[in-house]
Design a protein around this ligand. Sequence first.
Ligand code: ZN
Length: 456
Amino acid sequence: MMPVWYSTPMRITPYGAAQVVTGSCHLVEEGDYKLLLDCGAYQGSEDDRNQEPFGFDPATIDAVVISHAHNDHIGRLPILIRRGYKGKVHLSEPTAKFLPVILEDSLKLMSEEAERLERKGKKAPTPLWEEADLEELYRRLEPVPLYQDLAFGPLTARLHGAGHLPGSAFVQVNSKDKRLIFSGDLGHKGKEVLEAPTEATPADLVLCEGTYGDRSHKPFSETMAEFARILNDHLGRGGKVFIPSFALERTQEILFHLRELETQAKIPVVPVYVDSPMADKISEIYPQVKNYFSTEVQALYNQGIDPFRPEKFDHTHSVEDSKALNTLNGPLVIIAGNGMLSGGRILHHLALGLPGEDNAVIIASYQPRGGLGQLLIEGNESVKIFGDVVPVRAKTYTLGGFSGHAGQDELLSWLSGESKIALVHGEPDKLQALSRALSGQGKTAWMAEWGKAIEV
Ligand code: ZN
């Protein structure tokens, strides 16, 4: 009998991030060999999907390759191991260092939520994974260099810099006669902290993200000019500027630009506080992975300068430190989590700061529909925080240019040499807009579907 596997070409099947922005997880198969790209958690309104079956048997997976350390690309790894995965997890050195910070935070949030339910007399659901699964995951981590071919059975894979986080990658997978590229998350090119994404090599199929598939970002210099103008205006009046921010990358990037604007004398030097223990942990890792930053950042490190430290920088250690910030008068800047305003210390600062008319809130990250961030952006005169009505006299500004994702024009340019593109990691309207733009250039582009295999 003819061996069936021999005639089966490489294929890829999305088991997450199909017409949604979270849960990145894609299975590459060549014959009997199974290589999993990413194993991310669903987040926000898709959260419940984490408990569902993967759509494949974790015990049959031969190897895992991870694109970057965001939770929606790594968050289901402990579940994969708990459900029978026996192999290694290949990832860049920075991703391996950031991963424990991200997943230990998830573990903490899970146990806090269980405690909250128990206090209310409700039964907490059985946790999807526990500390022991995480410990096992740590034993399986296999840091690998970028730009080197790695052998996986009949396939070779190579990580290329994606400019989205330090050590973030897109993944090129070659079989004997086909090439597949998985974009991971592609960075926003104009920014200064990270290098722009590496050019893609021509491939038979690209599985590409489309988070910002429907719009292009303003030039980053405009974002910076606006950032400086807002800071001057509010700090000049003695106000407090609150920046809700993610712990990984966005917080440090904002610190970088505050320092840069200070050294260029474009903004006054004022106290800058980071009120996020998780952001502190990430910042401690940064000097260990300095080779993964832009040449500009590396040059500062080489001069003995911390590129992520404004002149009057301070950070809180305890909840008491955090509360003590409330007693301080402006001008000052407070950066705190979480970035989506769905919880965290930022809420305490806003509850006290929103009534002050000299104060400002700068939204530098994605805000979910209907969330507090959205209400502030819409200009509501009052909002509810911890059940209390808080009058809003502070001004809210949105700086979309800080986005960590490529805009539509950058995606089109990155895909310029490609002809067959399946789109993932985006809301359907964003992916449709990108698909139309690509089709307009004579390419074959479509939205990938969950569980539906695509032949490379
Ligand atoms: Zn990401």
